[in-house]
Design a binder for this molecule. Sequence first.
Ligand code: PSV
Ligand code: MN
Ligand code: MN
Length: 386
Amino acid sequence: MTELAAVKAALKTQAVETPSWAYGNSGTRFKVFAQAGVPRDPFEKLDDAAKVHEFTGAAPTVALHIPWDRVEDYAALAAHAEKRGVRIGAINSNTFQDDDYKLGSICHPDAAVRRKAVDHLLECVDIMDATGSRDLKLWFADGTNYPGQDDIRSRQDRLAEGLAEVYGRLGENQRMLLEYKLFEPAFYTTDVPDWGTAYAHCLKLGEKAQVVVDTGHHAPGTNIEFIVATLLREGKLGGFDFNSRFYADDDLMVGAADPFQLFRIMYEVVRGGGFTSDVAFMLDQCHNIEAKIPAIIRSVMNVQEATAKALLVDGPALAAAQDSGDVLEANAVLMDAYNTDVRPLLREVREESGLDPEPMKAYRSCGWAEKVVAERVGGEQAGWGA
Ligand code: PSV
Ligand code: MN
Ligand code: MN
């Protein structure tokens, strides 16, 4: 296989998981702007997700968030997904929207609240059994706002205890993905604030516990690709929640704010063998002011472009420059790949896969947006926080 053929072959295997909540209405704490034609239930979210996969060929799975996507029959939901040509991906837990969770969930000082939170996580594993999902994705809003509010160490003990119970419930081929976030909603301490804390818990739990890197969950200036390289070296990178940010957890389209950072991350993924391992590439975004399906198609394409550039890095030339201490040449090799216009290559890859080379144009002219605006009237529109 020529090198270019190998790059194309790798790109054809790329899968980006899209989040059910990105198809629904969302907003900031100031306002949710409703859009016409937005799905009214999880089944319709899957219908929209199937369109993204139909035109990109690279979005075969859809993450659910429970209880936002609660249905009576999860096997029926999975069957619906399959009928549409997609599958259910990670099950995301939600222990942050009940009054009971004001002081935390799994780390709460009251054992009864902790029990409720752990029971919710166990319910999520039951759902995984029904949908055939591999990954349970955990993000906890737990933390404190004021020094002295609660005991930092005790909260870590409660976290470890709750996680261990859920870990013990996982099936043989199921994983627990633990997501960290620097701050928000807690402003003084967060119980899983960084990759080190997530890694320490996952290490104790065992092989099925892995860390998730949400690209919007770091302090400004954090070198995320270094974290990616480290977690991959340790065999502990479970996946990504991709999005981009200018300030905090902005949840904007991945690759929009800083495509160079996305390239550097994808380079470390490729370099560390993460592209061919079990690393899950998920989006975690909200499209508050832009049309949702096109925004998700754009996001998948942005990940593909960063990946193509990462795959094009001339490894031997880079290693030679690094070994000889040629700083400028090493940097130039990396930048040559980054500065390559990979859009023609991706058009070819799509054509060879029987797809329209221009997913965005193809979607816009397929009539789906007009059809759902006409059909999806009435009822409660599903959305973030619904
Ligand atoms: C929290 O900010 C987070 O990144 C977690 O992944 C949540 O489950 C998700 O956002 C909800 O949008
Ligand atoms: Mn996330
Ligand atoms: Mn987030």
